[in-house]
Design a protein around this ligand. Sequence first.
Ligand SMILES: [Zn+2]
Length: 230
Amino acid sequence: MELTPYYQKDIECLHCKLKFKTTKVRSKFIKVVEHDTDFRPIYENIEVNPLLYNTFVCEHCGFSFTEDFTKYFAPGIKEIIQEQIASKWTPRSFGNERSLEEGIMAYKLGILSGTLKKEKFVSIAGLALRTAWLYRFQDRNEDEIRFMEIARDRYADSYSNDDYNGTQMSETRILYLIAELSRKIGDIEYATRYFSKVIEKQNSSIEPKVIDMAKDRWQEIRARKEKEAL
Ligand SMILES: [Zn+2]
């Protein structure tokens, strides 16, 4: 039997505790050939996009989450989720192969669920960034910029609240992302400020590649400014 890229997994909803199925991509089918300047992975096989499957959407109540979400709900939060999400939800499965539209919808539900649940800013930022990446596949520029701005703002919240500490996100990377997303949305002043913060870390950072990326972007900004001044 030929192995397909996809398999299904049972997930238990963090909110309503009911089980539902979600699709995952087998790791042997995932090969990254390069990354965009904001780390969006470009996969060798464009037919199989693992980015579409990070968010689990509960078909019973609509609550949507990723592996980064905690099991803990602060007092009163479940009631808010019940009112704002579950009571408005029409049962619908996101458990099969997803289109780009369904992938985007899943992330948006994840952003809403995570925001109501008060998940870490760094998790919300990651969901918004991935939403922007999916819009980039569709060449939907305005939507992409809207979600890059949300991601930038949440990464900035995460940096100032230090809530990325203990996650996979390093200080060098979060500063770089704040800078690069600012550059991409046209907020050059903010971008310049944060690229300098990354470059200041060059002697202490364990991520020389990210430091080099920051230097490249900084040069690009300078070259463009000089050109504009002519
Ligand atoms: Zn549920």
